[in-house]
Write a protein that binds this ligand. Structure first.
Ligand code: 2AM
Ligand code: CA
Ligand code: CA
Ligand code: CA
Length: 259
């Protein structure tokens, strides 16, 4: 497996170059389930490019990609690549920045590598189990322990309005108590920003493994915690809530929401 991280980084940088070339061209946009759930032909092409690059080198690995262009693995056995070709598709379309390619590699049920590539900023965040987390090759510092009252929280305003997943009254006090609240609109990037110390926590009620697994690796390598809003461990299966930050931040948020 030596060199797998170099292969992944090389592949993601090539995919990033393709995205930068295409971003100002006309491309087809489709709604998947609703007006905020979009996919473009660029998302699909990038997923195809990544799948081809992975399977060329590692034909027996499995790929779990958002756009479903590879056969979905049935179990978490063997080596699985969780791939989101463009995380933050709406940002890609409208802001033309603040989206990422997100890839995590799991071996026999354990996360081993995480990569989040901010394509327009050309910032590559990567981590290797036991060897730390890095931003463009420079080692990141451990995540600072901060309670909610000292934290900047990344969270979409959706979750403090009436919604189907959580009582909005539970999360609103976090907004009141925090130092600040931000929303980037790309889960993997929000998690990478927690790892880089640009914000102190990330909360969402709706992520898939390809959204959170890479960012989770970055944060855990820096001593932080990533789990569900109920305080459970990730299962890497279905849609889930995500609560991420330092050990102190996560424990504090759990006292707000699990009263
Ligand atoms: P995407 O752009 O790859 O779809 C947007 O707030 C963040 O949530 C993005 O990381 C987005 O990923 C993710 N997301 C996950 N499920 C979503 C859904 N059903 N609709 C919109 N965004 C979703
Ligand atoms: Ca999507
Ligand atoms: Ca995504
Ligand atoms: Ca996506």
């Amino acid at each position: 497996m030596q060199g797998i991280e170099l292969h992944a980084i090389d592949l993601m940088k090539r995919a990033g170059k393709y995205i930068r070339q295409m971003i100002d061209h006309a491309y087809h946009i489709e709604e998947k389930t609703n007006k905020s759930d979009l996919v473009t032909e660029i998302d699909k092409n990038v997923e195809d490019l990544l799948i081809e690059g992975i399977l060329n080198q590692y034909p027996d690995h499995h790929i779990y990609g958002e756009e479903g262009r590879a056969a979905r693995p049935e179990t978490l056995g063997g080596t699985i690549w969780f791939v989101d070709p463009i995380d933050g598709t709406m940002n890609f379309i409208r802001q033309k920045r603040h989206f990422a390619i997100s890839i995590a590699i799991m071996v026999e049920g354990e996360l081993k590598y995480g990569f989040v590539y901010d394509v327009m900023a050309d910032e590559m965040f990567h981590s290797i189990k036991g060897l730390g987390a890095y931003e463009n090759g420079i080692r990141l510092a451990p995540i600072e322990e901060k309670p909610v009252r000292e934290a900047i929280i990344c969270m979409n305003a959706t979750w403090v309005t009436a919604n189907r997943r959580i009582d909005a009254a539970l999360l609103a006090p976090l907004v009141r108590d925090a130092v600040g609240v931000r929303a980037i609109g790309a889960a993997s990037l929000e998690l990478a920003w927690v790892a880089a110390g640009r914000v102190d926590g990330y909360i969402t009620m709706r992520n898939m493994p390809w959204d959170y697994a890479a960012g989770q690796m970055l944060i855990e390598e820096l001593g932080g915690r990533v789990g569900t809003i109920e305080g459970d461990a990730m299962t890497f299966q279905e849609q889930t809530s995500v609560l991420a930050g330092s050990r102190t931040f996560v424990a504090d948020v759990l006292t707000y929401v699990n009263k």
